[in-house]
Design a protein around this ligand. Sequence first.
Ligand SMILES: [Zn+2]
Length: 309
Amino acid sequence: MTTAIYCHTDCLAHEMGSWHPESPARLQAIEDQLIASRIDTCIDHREAPLADLSDIGRVHHADAIARIRDNVPAAGEYYPIDGDTLLNAHSWQAALRAAGAAVAATDAVIAGELDNAFCAVRPPGHHARPSEPMGFCLFNNVAIAARHALEVHGLERVAIVDFDVHHGNGTEESFRDDPRVLMASFFQHPFYPYTEPAPITATRVNIPVAARSGGDVVRKLVEDHWLPALHAHRPQLIFISAGFDAHREDDLGGMALVEADYAWMTHRLAEVARTHAGGRIVSCLEGGYNLSALGRSVVAHIKALADLD
Ligand SMILES: [Zn+2]
């Protein structure tokens, strides 16, 4: 297996204040744990390029892009998008790197250079709506990469699987009317962003779960709902919105997953990818705010992607 990690130091320069849980320390915690686990040397490390505005424009409206580009503040200042989503002087550049990582990883797995890739990037993306950034997210990195796979590479069917504790409202909205894209997720409900659960359809399998749900609940919904829908859809590439805030040690979420649950889900998705997609997976970091749990969970996820466990 050839697995790559995409990242860029620009993603460390975006920050929203020392109080904010979506912090540069998250990426440092992931890197530290990769080194400590000794899988660092087994993984191809690639630098994230800047996304093209044409790629971002396949998901986001021009005024939503301009709102970020035109409001980047001076060094040391912040521009509030909403109460907990802010821009600093480096946010535009970081957002282009985060989306660019997802697009470049998509190009590389479709070209056959890699089996799969993990984008260790921030800002995260799955709350970003076509019309507005929100919820720590500026551009919807996974949605942008999925549209790139469809429109630039001509893929006919892709899947986006989201295991962040929060509902990926921006992703769901982006593909509401696009039967080429299956979205499968679970999300704590009721909880931020307080969207009403949509009816389950063949290409929208987003399952609300109660607070305190653990691996038993999640593994059953994966087997009962995600896997049948994925096999029916036959995706040619699987994207993962890889948030790790459903971990039991994560105080932003209220669920009870552990590292073994992330490894288990990743293996199930890898099996689907091997069956239908030539093994191709592009995974992008979303949430995950307990630094220790985040680092350990990302390592479990990458070990499963690289078949090192
Ligand atoms: Zn989240």
